[in-house]
Design a protein around this ligand. Sequence first.
Ligand code: NAP
Length: 308
Amino acid sequence: MSTSLFDTVIVGAGGAGLTAAIYTARANLSTLVLEKLMPGGQIASTEGVENYPGFPEGIMGADIAQRMEAQAVKYGVQINYEDVKNVLPREKFFLIETSENRYQAKAVILAMGASFRMLGVPGEKEFIGRGVSYCATCDGAFFKGKNVMVVGGGDSALQEGIFLTKFASQVSIVHRRDQLRGSSILQERAKKNPKIRFIWDTVIDKIQGNSKVESVLLRNVKTQETRTMPADGVFVFIGHAPNSGIVKGLVEMDEEGYVISGGGYRTSVPGIFAAGEIRKGSVHQLVAAAGEGCGAALALQAYLENQE
Ligand code: NAP
């Protein structure tokens, strides 16, 4: 096992992590980004990004992810695709253990982001990949001419629901209230779309089928009435939970597991910074993640200068 030393190790190659890496590398700090899946984080599996400044026509999520990665690599960032298991403070450095290697860093940026939440109802886990999905960009094309349910009332449910109308013949947005949480521009677009209908005040209690999803058991939360409706697919967009498990007990977090950071993106442990959706108070937008990545990188530079 190698134990290379870097000025900084950044955990997570989403918008926050890659932006932080561009800044630290351009400040001549040796920078390693560790990512378990793919560059871009949540944005990589988003169809289009329409609100990132500088792209008036919008840009594909995967495109901007690749561009951010290329920009980081151009400035000398090393990106290793490894699953981080532990971040351990040592006397002078932090030890970062992955499934394959151990690395040392003078300072660390936590940018692990958040992952989709699951419904937690019977049938959900069993039918993942057989009708249940959390990524319309990845799986939408399998539902050509089909009838799909989308769960949630936020921007993700609306944006992905609209995207799914490219393939599906009908998209039913099942929301537990009678008012949407998503932005008005997406609400308007979804309401105007002839393939979209809303099922209000309703939750899915069970996902049913034989070898693949065939129907869902719906329950109206006001009347408690239940009914079974045919469905070929169920796309779940009910928010996110922070990917902070590896630093549980190390840095201060709120009850949901979001990392608490003070000014300058500092966590409760000197030398560990947090940026993007892992951080309590982050506004869950790509542009904010990028801004926080920049802020954390600048704070880290100042921290290292003070250590010398
Ligand atoms: P979100 O805004 O937290 O919305 C989650 C939705 O799921 C809410 O409508 C919520 O209902 C519902 N929900 C939560 N738990 C549920 C459960 N157990 N069963 C049924 N429904 C449940 O999450 P999001 O839509 O993923 O968005 C996350 C953040 O990313 C937001 O800040 C959003 O603005 C941002 N985002 C922005 C864009 C964009 O700008 N185009 C696109 C995607 C996401 P309630 O409303 O009743 O709480």
